[in-house]
Design a protein around this ligand. Sequence first.
Ligand code: CA
Length: 581
Amino acid sequence: MNRFLLAVCAGIMAAPMAVAQVTDADLAQDDVVTTSVLTNGMGRHMQRYSPLDQINRDTVQNLFPAWSFSFGGERQRGQESQPLVYDGVMYVTGSYSRVFALDVKTGSKLWQYDARLPEGILPCCDVINRGAAIYGDNIYFGTLDARIVALNRHTGAVVWNKRIADYREGYSYTAAPLIVNGLVITGNSGGEFGIVGAVEARDAENGELVWRRPVIEGHMGELNGEESTMTGELNATWPGDLWKTGGGAPWLGGTYDADTNTLIFGTGNPAPWNSHLREGDNLYAASRLGIDPATGEIKWHFQTTPWEGWDFDGVNEVIPFTDAAGNGRLATADRNGFFYLLNREDGAFVDAMPFVEEISWASGIGEDGRPIFNPDNRPGNPAASADGDRGEVVWAVPGFLGGKNWQHMAYSNRTGYFYVPANEWGMDIWNEPITYRQGAAYLGAGFTIKPLFEDHIGALKAIDPNTMEIKFQVNNAAPLWGSAMATAGGLVFYGTPEGYINAIDDETGEILWQFQTGSGVVGQPITWEDEDGVQWLSVVSGWGGAVPLWGGEVAQQVAYLNQGGSVVTFRIPDALLASAE
Ligand code: CA
């Protein structure tokens, strides 16, 4: 039934008739249906690739801002969200746990939801939010006080509101939820506070917990209100009681690979940062987990950084794809500086390569997928120091904010390349004694991030997964902190803290178009087409995130950048569309 008929039917019925509703089938086709954007990652494989090509290498110079919407408020800070587009409406989240519904053609506000955040929330890395999910008639998003909220998409009214965990213990929530088979699937945040990472599935209709999978060994899972299975084997890779406050927060959300019916979530650093207190692999921190969406059972795991000691969270997105030889693969670019290929069926290691320069903590990845450690590059044990209060300082690369942090890479179905928003930096890091205290930072480390090169920190890198080589890179003075998107128009879009949304040639890296949005772009661009076949592009703008808070010398270097909060939407004007035909 087309949209006009639906409108007529709704007019005839006395009671408001249900209009379009997002189904599981809609979510499954989000990567190929171009008239909406229903999932984080523009498809549950998170490839961030659009088959649209009206905006292409020839026409991109004609892009104009059609509208801009300000998130307003006195408080701005980092805007790391990805908008959703459905049924004539854009749903976009802002800093401080806000959601806005906007007319997608004009940017006019339809409704706004501001979560009432308590005093004392403990977000580690700015008051950001990375986007919402849509299903049925609801919009789902998480809040900084570790709640998950369902809102009616027409009115913004609260349908349900559930606590994930206690924010006073250091839990928070910032990722875009993932919807699979009627379940709202979330991770949690708080790995710097000694929380316990967990992936949870809730009934999308009422928010009731269906299953819960802690990701640190020794903790018990839950299924349908009862204990299910223990994660891993108690004390197999963790000494003493350290697993009880073991971190591993799956704070960036996950992918769903429908071909293997597997959820894939990455897990953050083990806690505390001082690795000498927890000698062992510390499963399943700093890992990728394949999880059964029906039960929450772990099907496979791959640990990128065993006995992690540099804050190399293993949360990065895992993108299913088929390589040139027809093999099913999973690709992920880790915070530790290595780009990995895994087997799509079972997560088994296939290959790895460094994607940033001067990696110091490991000399490479062995054939078993484990890093070949440089033992001298582990921060020294404070217990071995003369006064016992500070271990040996080491210069380690990458710095703890990572060769790549949360900002997502894109996979172009056109070129077969991954486009990785990477950063080149290192750190002085040292370890200190630490004991766990609820709601307090649980690090046992000190650090200063510094640039590696004079002219750039950020570098958008094009990686060919078939040859495992970097085809080109586009350097940027400030660190890249927003996601990339590729299109069939031969373009890759990504933002810079300097305020630009860039479009580059996907084969050469040449910058073909830029627009200054007024504040740093650390968001996730999207594109879609309307019912008249016009292609639109949108990105949020607003500098912030972890770099200004944790970036040491780099933070000083970029202290001149101004905060903001807006979503800017572009298209090619009708007159220029006509002349291009
Ligand atoms: Ca961390």
